[in-house]
Design a binder for this molecule. Structure first.
Ligand SMILES: [Ca+2]
Length: 249
């Protein structure tokens, strides 16, 4: 069986994880905050040197989440409350500042906005005269409130443009923590999950079949696990049979 089909059958033992995680994260993962109305976790990541949208997008996936999607006003207010001016760019030539990246985008050949998750882009909270397509038709979403910090939105190219410095952060949203994800941007399948789980005693286990027999589940050899940014990464190589994975504490 090829690696891709193995991974398609990867199983997350979510029911085992939810309760324990909720108890743990309040102390050890202060940066990750639970929002009951969505049932999701959010993490504001500060990047003092600035970051492009694509880098933020990849980092969010490597952390086991995705760039934040905002689908109602309460979620918007909550997420905006996680950031301050340190997440914003310097003042631009047009006397405004760019807030942290969110998971919204509009491609140059598309007329409508979309979320990275495919959720409906129905709730909107644009700042007056936004989106304006400034700097090009390829646009990405961020908090924008003119020259001040605020919860409204603006559009801007994801890469640096003249007269503007990059936003100094982004927001990661997690459906569940910890969350196994499949790596992208590579021809080799990878499993990724948050580095923070290591100090909490979470272990990646593998088994040749799905079974409640705990003897079948073995910890993955830690020599095979690499650290990449804030994620742990397992590259899938030379699998000759079924392989299932789960995080277990
Ligand atoms: Ca969301």
């Amino acid at each position: 069986m090829n690696p891709t089909s193995c991974l398609s059958r990867t199983i997350l033992h979510r029911t085992l994880l939810v309760a324990a995680v909720a108890l743990h994260l309040s102390a050890a993962h202060a940066a990750m905050v639970f929002f009951a109305q969505t049932g999701h976790w959010y993490e504001a990541v500060n990047v003092p040197e600035g970051i492009t949208w694509n880098e933020a997008y990849t980092n969010a996936i490597n952390r086991g989440g995705y760039l934040c999607t905002i689908t109602n006003a309460s979620e918007n207010d909550f997420v905006a409350s996680l950031v301050d001016i340190t997440y914003y760019s310097g003042v631009s030539v047009n006397n405004d500042i760019l807030g942290p990246w969110l998971g919204g985008l509009r491609h140059a050949n598309q007329s409508t906005w979309q979320w990275v998750t495919g959720e409906p882009f129905s709730y909107i909270n644009w700042y007056p005269n936004q989106p304006d397509g400034y700097g090009g038709s390829e646009q990405r979403l961020q908090f924008y409130h003119g020259a001040t910090v605020g919860s409204t939105w603006g559009d801007h190219p994801g890469d640096p443009i003249a007269g503007y410095s990059l936003p100094r952060g982004y927001i990661v949203e997690y459906d569940l923590i910890p969350r196994l994800g499949l790596g992208s941007n590579t021809s080799q399948p990878r499993i990724v999950w948050p580095l923070a789980t290591l100090s909490q005693g979470w272990v990646l286990e593998t088994a040749p079949e799905l079974s409640s027999d705990t003897n079948l589940w073995k910890p993955v050899n830690t020599d095979l696990i690499q650290t990449n940014l804030n994620a742990l990464v397992l590259a899938i190589t030379n699998k000759t049979g079924n392989a299932f994975f789960r995080l277990r504490q």
